[in-house]
Write a protein that binds this ligand. Structure first.
Ligand SMILES: [Zn+2]
Length: 259
């Protein structure tokens, strides 16, 4: 780690330690370190699958066609040929959950639908784009965990006969009002926003750090490369991976930084 990065980490840790209310805003970069595949770009999921299968209108009209794609992408652990275990939280998720317990972090807003913040123990959480962890019946509204048995026969059906839809936001679907209002409430109260692994290209989610900055708060950004936030609202830029940065900040906050 070079001297500039060390100094930026020291500065970020001091800002976190002196903050009144801190929120974290996380994107695909934090989950990539758990092996969760990315959607866009070279090797992204849309090079292999039809994006329409995640459009709400298409899904409602053709759930039997969309569901095999959805299972392949999000529930490979339940696919007959894909024996991949569910993804696990990494050090970055764990540090954020611990900071919430210790009162260092007030709230987490994530764009990710993989449920890894909740799995790591974060409770003050807005899953802005929903979650793969549960399914809801499109007929009666019943909500159930995304259990393997349920996904063996597609499309998965509720006891009422309705078809289940994953509880993440499809293309053409609005943001869940509770997820949205809790995120904006937390952003308006925050004086520090820690952006982790988000390039800020997806709206309206990308407005969250801007709300904090607009209210006079400080943005600390953890991204390996500069993003749309960097020159615009970022106060301290940490050019690092999520786990490396969070572990380094955690050491400083606990006063055990090694020189
Ligand atoms: Zn039902």
């Amino acid at each position: 780690m070079n001297h500039d990065t060390e100094r930026a980490l020291d500065k970020a840790a001091a800002i976190l330690a002196g903050a009144r209310s801190v929120i974290a805003f996380t994107g695909a970069g934090i989950s990539a370190e758990s092996g969760v595949p990315t959607f866009r770009g070279a090797g992204g999921i849309w090079e292999r699958y039809d994006e329409r299968h995640l459009e709400l209108g298409y899904f409602r009209a053709h759930p039997e066609l969309a569901w095999p794609t959805i299972r392949d992408i999000f529930y490979a652990f339940a696919s007959p040929d894909g024996e991949r275990p569910p993804f696990q939280p990494n050090d970055a998720h764990r540090v954020l959950a611990a900071w919430e317990q210790q009162g260092i972090l007030n709230f987490t807003v994530t764009q990710n639908i993989d449920g890894l913040h909740a799995a790591a123990g974060s409770r003050r959480l807005s899953e802005f784009h929903g979650t793969t962890a549960t399914l809801s019946c499109m007929r009666c509204g019943a909500r159930v965990p995304s259990a393997r048995e349920l996904l063996e026969t597609l499309p998965p059906r509720c006891p009422c006969g309705g078809i289940y839809k994953p509880d993440f936001t499809f293309f053409g679907e609005g943001i869940d009002p509770a997820a949205s209002s809790s995120a904006y409430d937390a952003a308006r109260k925050a004086d520090v926003c820690l952006v982790i692994g988000s390039t800020g290209l997806v709206y309206p989610a990308a407005t969250i750090p801007r709300v904090v900055a607009g209210g006079g708060g400080t943005v600390i950004e953890v991204n390996p490369e500069p993003s749309t936030f960097t020159d615009d609202i970022t106060g301290v830029f940490l050019p690092m991976g999520a786990s490396e940065a969070l572990v380094a900040l955690d050491r400083r906050l606990r006063g055990t930084a090694t020189p």
